[in-house]
Design a protein around this ligand. Structure first.
Ligand SMILES: Nc1ncnc2c1ncn2[C@@H]1O[C@H](COP(=O)(O)OP(=O)(O)OP(=O)(O)O)[C@@H](O)[C@H]1O
Length: 328
């Protein structure tokens, strides 16, 4: 994270932000600040409000109450063009399909800073070429954007954001369509830009590896914010995602490593087996009282399970004992 003087004005200041749709509260009283150069991750389960919060931050949604200030000025006081000069946005799915080449899509990043009728300068063409190379699409620059794979589209939109040359980059699940190498590369790329990055992300290991700070949301409320170490605890993950997680340190990069288990108790035996186990233990307590012989015990267990005893086949008992199969 870049150094910030203690009293430096936050780049973004969000105060008691609420956003409602038809009386339903989607974002509930969120307050936080973001400093220049910070890499901030929004995390939380599906429907937590990550995309809604990002949409408020880049001015697509207007807050129902509360405020968002960018460099000390209310976000709704910026014109669309002025906002596009400050904030670049990479969305999960492009809202429009672009019947144009990759080069033209990337070139769109230049428009907030150029007049509409201006021709490309050699510097513009160089910037487009460099941005395409950065996202590893230089060989597809003339291809139609709509014919790209999901991951390639995502990278083209990131190239468009790169040449927009803004102070803030907002990305909504930018790693969604990407393979592992490109996931890491996209986040590295965003980090290398040295600008403020706000990213919603589901992969908590990537969030821990790349983000300076995390904001953990659930049901539109902020559950925690702070360093990955402060936010990604086993308790908070259990509370928010309802899964058991093991949080330790990755030996490669010394960043947090999160491993999930859906349950921390052994899987229950199949119903037939556990029923039989229960009946068996009841049978055993009966055995202590009455001391029946082994054959009587077997018969009693099988009868309790509603099955006919098969005398002279002890392997059936063996199967019951180890819970491998039922009688079916
Ligand atoms: N325009 C809208 N109208 C009605 N409900 C909406 C609208 N936008 C979002 N919501 C609701 O708000 C909640 C939060 O949605 P949002 O997309 O912000 O969550 P998210 O954390 O980004 O989820 P995911 O991880 O699944 O992308 C959801 O219940 C969603 O259905």
């Amino acid at each position: 994270m870049t150094y910030h003087a203690q009293n430096e004005l936050p780049m973004l200041q969000v105060a008691q932000l609420c956003w409602q749709v038809k009386q339903k509260c989607i974002l509930d009283n969120l307050s936080f600040t973001i400093q220049p150069g910070e890499f901030v991750g929004l995390i939380g389960p599906n429907g937590a409000g990550k995309s809604s919060l990002l949409r408020c931050l880049y001015g697509k949604h207007q807050a129902t109450s509360g405020s968002i200030q960018l460099n000390g000025q209310h976000i709704q006081d910026y014109s669309r063009r002025a906002l596009a000069q400050k904030i670049a946005v990479v969305l999960q799915e492009p809202s429009a399909s672009f019947e144009m080449s990759v080069m033209d899509v990337i070139r769109m990043g230049l428009t907030p800073n150029k007049s509409l009728l201006a021709f490309d300068t050699p510097e513009d063409r160089y910037a487009i070429q460099c941005a395409a190379e950065k996202v590893d699409l230089q060989h597809k620059i003339t291809q139609n954007f709509n014919s790209l794979s999901g991951g390639e589209k995502q990278r083209a939109l990131i190239a468009r954001a790169i040449i927009q040359s803004t102070d803030i980059l907002i990305m909504d699940e930018p790693t969604n369509h990407l393979d592992v190498r490109h996931q890491v590369e996209v986040l590295e790329l965003a980090r290398e830009l040295g600008i403020t990055v706000i990213v919603s992300i589901h992969d908590l290991n990537l969030a821990a590896a790349f983000c300076d700070r995390l904001i953990l949301l659930k049901d539109g409320q902020m559950i925690a914010q702070g360093s990955p170490e402060a936010v990604l605890t086993e308790q908070s993950l259990k509370q928010v995602f309802e899964v058991d997680a093991c949080v330790d340190v990755h030996p490669f990069n010394q960043k947090l490593r999160i491993t999930f288990a859906l349950r921390n108790t052994p899987l229950p035996l199949p119903k037939t087996c556990s029923t039989i186990e229960k009946q068996k233990s009841e049978s055993q307590s009966t055995q202590i009282e009455k001391q029946p012989n082994k054959q009587q015990q077997t018969t009693k267990t099988l009868q309790a399970a509603g099955k006919s005893p098969v005398i002279g086949k002890p392997q059936v008992m063996h199967k019951i004992k180890f819970g491998q199969v039922g009688f079916e």
